[in-house]
Design a protein. Structure first.
Length: 210
């Protein structure tokens, strides 16, 4: 199974990718993670990416797609994969298609902007170990204290309402058009926002028919 998860920041893509990956034994291919790994391992594409990063420039789409292609050659991708963080734009989606990278389904997680703003304002992160919490849906045992390491829990600066609104505006302008791109190819599967993580997973499993 080869999946792309679409949705606004805070829609729950990362959470669902982790759950689906465990359920079906397929890896989540995170653009950020494989970019760092390619640079660390000194692959040819990784070295190209490093040149741009060292100069403070965005890594071009062709380099990103090259890194993804390298990663998909690993044995753990034989039975499928979940792409996380790419594509973000129509040109990236077209480049993925041109590269021959297969996609079975594009799952669009639909969550209202106001719900996302409220949801993200409640997120907290441990300043020591990076563990994530939420004041409503995933609170720590002791308020403001990480369960794992005892570190202080803080709100991320990019979860501030004004920052979230800006990120949502960018999503609607640049990434949301991907829904039409995959709908035209018969691969779009829409998942309406559910009240719990478990309900969302159940809807996805039903939609995929697995």
């Amino acid at each position: 199974m080869k999946l792309i998860l679409l949705g606004a920041p805070g829609a729950g893509k990362g959470t669902q990718a982790e759950i689906l990956g465990r359920m079906y034994g397929i890896p989540t291919i995170s653009t950020g993670n494989i970019l760092r790994a390619a640079i660390k391992n000194g692959t040819s594409v990784g070295l190209r990416a490093k040149e741009y990063i060292d100069k403070g420039r965005l890594v071009p789409d062709d380099v990103i797609i090259g890194i993804i292609s390298e990663r998909l050659e690993h044995d753990d991708c034989v039975n499928g994969y979940i792409l996380d963080g790419v594509p973000r734009t129509i040109p990236q989606a077209q480049a993925i298609e041109d590269e021959g990278i297969g996609i079975d389904h594009a799952l669009a997680l639909e969550v209202n902007d106001d719900v996302i703003i409220h949801r993200m304002s409640g997120r907290r992160m441990c300043e020591n170990c990076g563990e994530s919490y939420h004041v409503v849906t995933h609170p720590p045992r002791v308020e403001g204290i990480c369960d794992d390491c005892g570190g202080a829990l803080v709100a991320r600066s990019d979860d501030a309402p004004e920052t979230v609104r800006a990120r949502l505006a960018q999503y609607h302008a640049d990434t949301e058009p991907l829904k039409d791109f995959y709908a035209q190819r018969g691969k779009l599967r829409t998942v309406e926002g559910c009240s719990t993580i478990e309900e969302t997973t159940a809807v996805i499993v039903k939609i995929l028919g697995l």
